[in-house]
Design a protein around this ligand. Structure first.
Ligand SMILES: *[C@@H]1O[C@H](CO)[C@@H](O)[C@H](O)[C@H]1NC(C)=O
Length: 207
């Protein structure tokens, strides 16, 4: 029953230069691996052949998944930020480098762009939020994965929303103990974050 999905919820958006780098990238990945035939049938039948690869993504596939699922994602997912919103190809001058490595280094325009990433994600999630079996934890931390580290999952100072850590909200959902939908206020309101921002030797963030 438990499915935890992380990331790639904002696939349909363009990057800051107006191109859609990530769609092209994943469209080639789906054809390279020949995985289209294994994608969700219900999603495929409601999508045109040219766009069938979109069914690879939670944003499009989720609506057709019948198994109850819990969505865990950061509203400022650093993978989405660094590879979908501001991929290196969209910022050849490196004007976003400081902001990418530290949200405190972002100027007002960049923060406004990041708030757009969050609101796009919340819009994609709206359709799932009201379902009786909904489970969701969308915090406002700069991170990609938060489920595989004890420090972010369930430790005395783990990220929390309304005083609940990820493990507690997943537990409430799994054991049907009541509402299990937590959506954080916008950056920079959350003081419980562990911002986990990967940086490689070239200064670009990795996956
Ligand atoms: C913020 O930085 C971007 C990228 O360098 C720049 O285009 C923009 O004008 C800056 N905005 C402000 C308000 O300083």
């Amino acid at each position: 029953m438990l499915v935890i999905l992380i990331s790639l919820l904002s696939l349909s958006r363009s990057d800051i230069s107006g191109s859609n780098t990530i769609r092209q990238f994943f469209s080639s990945l789906v054809s390279l691996q020949g995985i289209q035939k294994n994608l969700n049938m219900d999603c495929l039948s409601s999508t045109s052949t040219d766009n069938a690869y979109l069914c690879f993504f939670p944003q499009f596939a989720l609506a057709n998944i019948r198994t109850p699922f819990f969505i865990l994602n950061s509203a400022y997912d650093v993978y989405q930020f660094h590879h979908i919103l501001v991929p290196p190809s969209s910022d050849p001058g490196g004007h976003w480098s400081r902001c990418k490595s530290d949200p405190g280094g972002c100027n007002a325009t960049q923060i406004a762009t990041l708030q757009g990433l969050r609101s796009g994600m919340l819009t994609s999630l709206r359709q799932f939020k009201s379902k009786p079996e909904a489970g969701m934890f969308i915090n406002s931390c700069f991170a990609h994965c938060q489920s595989e580290l004890q420090d972010t999952w369930f430790a005395p100072n783990s990220p929390s929303i309304d005083n609940k850590k990820i493990a507690e909200v997943v537990g409430d959902w799994y054991f049907e103990r009541g509402a299990a939908v937590e959506i954080d206020c916008a950056y920079p309101c959350d003081s419980t974050c562990r911002n986990l921002i990967p940086i490689d030797k070239n200064g670009f963030a990795g996956a």
